[in-house]
Ligand binder design. Structure first.
Ligand code: SAH
Ligand code: SF4
Ligand code: F3S
Length: 528
């Protein structure tokens, strides 16, 4: 059904994988059997069946081939009841894209009869949906695998899978094969729909099954999804073609490909019909949406304009790239309505020289000009951002440029990170003369500034009335309800549980750095 690279690895030479030898002693590996698209090796006492494994070179290639959209996905008949009386547990790391992939895997597993269980000691199937964005994200997963080894020893029938972005990395797959051979499945972000097949192969062969396609041109439309709560995620595009020099995502998520507008619109309409109150349109770069269409001229601005016509109270999007933020989009966002005025606009650095080294393809001035235009056209626009400190060679002066940009824009919120080298990316080969102590200090200074900013912005809201979607009881106090404003501010207030899932108006009475408190003024009947 789907194409993908079925690159057969050559373990002895390490071909197809740059640093195969880094973790692995190939003299151990013996070929047991070989058939088309599948090789089985004996590695450290365990059979490893490799259908395909990651290949950065292949992953980097962006073909011009047509994107095929499939509407005919089905779980194989023999697997349709495979999960009856069995339990699954999925641990998800990383971004919303991964969270949403987990919803798809849950949907697939539940269609197979599996039930979800919170306590993983009671699970028959455990999946780690991993993130590769920074080294500490990966360390967590390797730590977790250490714990799971004991569980596997106690319960040999337990099926263990590693999926998500780390599985797309050449070095990671090798490291798992050589050091964590008790894992049963490793599959990539393009192989999620193959989960029922992979479970079958792993269970019946008792081998470690590896299936990671590095390159993917297809979209599979009708995968089941298990959504919870009142806010839903909807993918509008997959992959990323930007290749910022520090970033692993273009390798782990493949080339940019947009879902057809009619499919996105139908899904959002259906979510509205089911009673969801908020939809977040997802993509690594949502405003590159539609650039890959060859038959229609339809961009993210057009899609947002169409979203306004759907009877759902709130539409958000994650994440937009400053370079692709065109005037059409600004104009449509200015129309408001169900398009909320919160824009997450990652800047990464306030220095044009650093932005150039990052290959972000905009300057400090262009970013500030974009912010100015947004603030003029979108009344009360609230901006948040992502920033990396300590990029290779970042000088004190360049870091000061980031601080001054943060002051100038006045972000409500920002995610800040110390640069983490990712193997295979261009930045990993750049000379880095900034000591870790300096990077940590910069991060601290930046965080202090952002905190100060947020506090000032929140204080300005005192006495204002905001519309809140009530999501549930506050984590620490069941008397208190919590929800989000249109600008995505966390709001706490007292009220009856019956309000959960509705919109209320709240007058702000007290502000903290990361949330605000208030009193209910009225239910906001108009947006029900
Ligand atoms: N597509 C989004 C970013 C997704 S990754 C965008 O382009 O805006 C989320 C954030 O992680 C990035 O915005 C960046 O700030 C951070 N990040 C990505 N790679 C990183 C690395 N190698 N080291 C530190 N932070 C990184
Ligand atoms: Fe990574 Fe840049 Fe793509 Fe964002 S736009 S996912 S930072 S390569
Ligand atoms: Fe991480 Fe993959 Fe998302 S690397 S941030 S889970 S796209």
């Amino acid at each position: 059904m789907t194409k993908g690279n079925h690159n057969s690895p050559d373990l002895k030479s390490g071909k197809g994988s740059k640093d195969f030898s880094k973790y692995f002693d190939f003299s151990d590996a013996k070929v047991i059997s070989e058939e088309e698209g599948k090789i089985t090796y004996r590695i450290k006492g365990r059979n490893v069946q490799i259908n395909s494994q990651p290949d950065y070179k292949e992953g980097k290639r962006r073909g011009k081939e047509e994107i095929e959209v499939h509407y005919d996905f089905e779980i194989p008949e023999e697997m349709q009841n495979f999960g009856v009386d069995k339990y699954y547990h999925i641990t998800t790391y990383g971004c919303q894209m991964n969270e949403h992939d987990t919803e798809t895997m849950k949907g697939l597993l539940e269609q197979m009869g599996y039930k979800s269980v919170d306590d993983r000691n009671h699970a028959d199937l455990i999946l780690l949906n991993t993130c590769a964005i920074r080294e500490n994200a990966e360390d967590k997963v390797f730590g977790e695998l250490g714990h799971l080894k004991n569980l596997k020893i106690e319960k040999p029938g337990l099926l263990l899978g590693v999926c998500g972005c780390m599985s797309q990395e050449e070095g990671v797959v090798n490291r798992i094969m050589s050091k964590h051979g008790f894992v049963d499945m490793i599959f990539g972000t393009h192989n999620i729909h193959r989960l029922p097949h992979l479970i079958k192969e792993a269970v019946f062969s008792k081998e470690l099954v590896v299936e990671v396609w590095s390159k993917e041109g297809d979209i599979i439309e009708n995968l089941p999804k298990k959504r919870e709560g009142m806010r839903a995620w909807v993918n509008i595009m997959y992959g990323c073609d930007k290749f910022c020099t520090y970033c692993i995502v273009p390798f782990t998520r493949g080339k940019e490909r947009s879902r057809r507008p009619e499919d996105v619109i139908a899904e959002v309409r259906e979510l509205a019909r089911q009673g969801f109150k908020e939809v977040t349109l997802l993509g690594q770069n949502v405003n590159a949406y539609g650039k890959d269409f060859t038959d229609i001229d339809y961009t993210f601005g057009n899609l947002m304009d169409d979203m306004r016509l759907i009877d759902i109270p709130r539409i958000r999007f994650m994440t937009s790239h400053p370079r692709d933020f065109d005037d059409k989009l600004i104009e449509v966002l200015g129309k408001g309505g169900n398009l909320v005025e919160h824009i997450h606009l990652p800047v990464q650095s306030g220095s044009t020289a650093v932005l150039k080294k990052m290959s972000r393809k905009y300057t400090r001035e262009a970013y500030l000009e974009l912010v100015r235009k947004i603030k003029i056209s979108v009344p009360n626009a609230v901006l948040s951002t992502d920033i990396i400190v300590g990029f290779p060679g970042e000088t004190d002066e360049q870091f000061e440029d980031t601080l001054s940009l943060v002051r100038e824009v006045g972000y409500d919120m920002a995610y800040t990170f110390i640069y983490s080298p990712r193997e295979g990316t261009p930045a990993a080969a750049m000379e880095d003369n900034v000591p870790m102590s300096v990077k940590s200090e910069r991060l601290q200074r930046l965080n202090d500034l952002i905190k100060e900013n947020s506090r000032i912005i929140n204080d300005r809201m005192l006495g204002e009335v905001v519309e809140v979607l009530v999501e549930g009881e506050s984590k620490n106090n069941s008397e208190v309800l919590s929800g989000r404003s249109r600008a995505n501010k966390l709001v706490h207030f007292e009220g009856p549980k019956e309000l959960i899932g509705t919109f209320v108006k709240v007058r702000i009475t007290d502000t903290k750095t990361w949330y605000i408190k208030g009193d209910i003024v009225a239910e906001a009947a108009a947006v029900h």
